[in-house]
Design a protein around this ligand. Structure first.
Ligand code: CAA
Length: 554
């Protein structure tokens, strides 16, 4: 008979282990937490205390409830104390030999019908189970950070896991208020397999100085509506943990995009592990604090203001929604605006402007010819901006003043945002970019600066991740509903990848992914064949009534 889950053992009380112990204790289970030393136990207890204090401050827990939770948590350094547990879940460091040793020791201690679970995020559950006396009772139960908050639990079954164990664990996670998604044993499962390529890509972007850490994180938060930017998220996950996960994924899949960016290893070597050590990509008020404080990086991002050019008159060419939005920013910035419709362009009215922004149709040739015409008409020293989402330098090169040309990319993916990517080419004068940044900020938009690379910041990070989700779907590892759920409930994303793709349009996604691939020649960025096929079949998403899902209301 399988056990009724009453007493749960948690081995390892670091960030994840303590969070998992808290979740069980909050839901009325007796929890036995095991650590190696009294100091580590104290740290683990401190995590739970801190997290429940926070819930009390927000009036989510009463004093009595908090006391009951802490009472249900028994702490020990003696593995024998796990003897009566119905389920033991380990959440120690991501190293196979350490986890294997724990499972072998647990085999000797717990009842034969107790379930042994691992919270591993990327190691093979099958390999771990094979080392035990009863592989059929071994399963993966993968929580997300912070465990008390994220609703997803990936239940990872191996080829030998007892079906009854799988269904019992699914039911157990529901009792914890979580959403289980059951998957087979593949590196990274669903969420990490999709998340970590994106995180590593963001690190590479930061390392190559394509944009600052603040701008990368702001771009993703505002551009995609994610709760955190990728670099802040890495600090939450732990840079060492992230590096180990990437290493494992790379070992198993040989995808170069999963080879940890060199700076990650340097951070680990230097002890910059993220929030838990007080410093990672950002510096925190103290170890385990979420409060970011200024450091040398902040100074270089926001320090001495750079020189700007005077801006009294701005022209906007275009008549659509984008042109109106830009016009609003200009007016709100307190600058005189001249707006000219592209249908009846009389560009000479713009001859005295200090800056002219083209916001004409989404066609590269049209944009290039408008900029060439503006270059002919506008006074010497006037700045020109293009709203293209592709190469800015190609458009700038059609003018005689590439140093005065900048890209202004207003993001409008699944929903309009205040985000503007201010794109400098190799020729752009830094004063020009700085002037644009200031104008956007004064006009109520949120500018971020970046280089002229395919996809700038947001599209470059978002679309390869969406493309990976399409590959995962095509490989039949999980269906679109489970993948969408995993990303929303595991990482608090507003939409799952297939919801984004159907909303943005598979054709638009394919175009962007092709551009990213063309520039990088990185095989892992090649558009997923299924994406190409959907576009060929005319399944363009919501706008055509069918994409990854049916949209009868379209
Ligand atoms: N522990 C417990 N509760 C926490 C918490 C923590 N560390 N951090 C935040 N919370 C709770 C707060 O108490 C608050 O609860 P209520 O709504 O009930 O009052 C809620 O979460 C929101 O917190 P805040 O308002 O303080 O902060 P926020 O709104 O900025 O949210 C966040 C913080 C929950 C971390 C949010 O930014 C988020 O969800 N980020 C995404 C995190 C993510 O992607 N996680 C997955 C990482 S991958 C992984 O974990 C897998 C792996 O194998 C590594």
């Amino acid at each position: 008979m399988p056990p009724e889950f009453k007493t749960i053992g948690v081995v390892g009380l670091g960030t994840m282990g303590a969070g998992i112990a808290e979740v069980f204790a909050r839901h009325g289970f007796d929890v036995v937490g095991l650590e190696q030393t009294e100091e580590q136990l104290e740290l683990g207890r401190g995590h739970v205390q801190h997290s429940t204090d926070r819930a009390r401050k927000r009036a989510k827990l009463t004093k009595a409830e908090q006391a009951a939770i802490l009472d249900r948590l028994r702490l020990t350094t003696d593995m024998d104390d796990l003897r009566d547990c119905d389920l033991v879940i380990e959440a120690v460091v991501e190293r196979m030999e350490v986890k294997r040793a724990i499972f072998l020791a647990l085999d000797e201690v717990v009842r034969p019908d107790a379930v042994l679970a691992t919270n591993t995020s990327s190691l093979s559950v099958t390999e771990l189970s094979a080392a035990t006396a009863h592989p059929r009772r071994v399963i993966g139960i993968h929580f997300f950070n912070p465990a008390p908050v994220q609703r997803l639990v990936e239940v990872v079954s191996t080829v030998v896991t007892e079906p009854r164990v799988i269904s019992d664990v699914e039911e157990l996670t529901r009792r914890l208020g979580k959403r289980p998604v059951t998957v087979g044993d593949q590196a990274g499962f669903i969420a990490n397999a999709l998340l970590f390529g994106y995180l590593n890509h963001a690190v590479a972007m930061y390392e190559s100085r394509h944009a600052t850490r603040e701008d990368i994180d702001t771009a993703i938060r505002l551009g995609c509506g994610y709760p955190m930017g990728p670099l802040a998220l890495l600090d939450l996950i732990g840079v060492d943990t992230a590096c180990q996960i990437l290493d494992t994924m790379h070992r198993q899949g040989r995808n170069r995009l999963h080879a940890p960016s060199p700076i990650l290893r340097q951070f680990v070597a230097a002890g910059l592990l993220g929030r838990k050590s007080g410093r990672g990509f950002y510096t925190y008020a103290a170890a385990n604090s979420s409060v970011v404080v200024d450091d040398a990086g902040t100074a270089s991002a926001h320090g001495t203001p750079r020189r700007r050019r005077p801006l009294e008159r701005v022209g906007v060419v275009g008549s659509g929604a984008l042109a109106s939005r830009i016009g609003e920013v200009v007016v709100k910035a307190g600058i005189e605006l001249t707006q000219t419709a592209d249908a009846t362009p009389d560009l000479r009215t713009l001859a005295t402007a200090d800056l002219v922004i083209e916001a004409v149709a989404h066609d590269l040739d049209a944009k290039t010819s408008v900029l060439a015409e503006l270059d002919r008409i506008c006074r010497d020293g006037a700045m020109l901006a293009t709203t293209t989402s592709s190469s800015v330098i190609e458009i700038a090169a059609a003018t005689s003043r590439p140093h005065d040309v900048v890209g202004l990319h207003f993001l409008d993916l699944a929903r309009p945002t205040q985000l503007v990517e201010v794109v400098s080419t190799v020729a752009t004068d830094p004063e020009v970019a700085e002037t644009m940044r200031a104008m956007c900020a004064q006009g109520g938009a949120q500018p971020v600066s970046c280089g002229d690379r395919a996809g700038f910041i947001v599209n470059a990070l978002l679309f390869p991740y969406l493309n990976d989700a399409v590959r995962m779907l095509d490989a039949h590892y999980a269906d679109a509903d489970d993948i969408d759920l995993a990303m929303k409930a595991g990482c608090a994303l507003p939409l799952g990848p297939f919801e984004v793709l159907d909303s943005v349009g598979t054709d638009v996604a394919l175009d962007i992914q092709r551009a990213v691939f063309r520039e990088s020649r990185e095989p892992g960025f090649a558009p997923a064949p299924l994406l190409e096929q959907l576009v060929t079949a005319g399944h363009l998403g919501r706008k055509s009534g069918r994409g990854f899902r049916e949209h009868p209301d379209a």
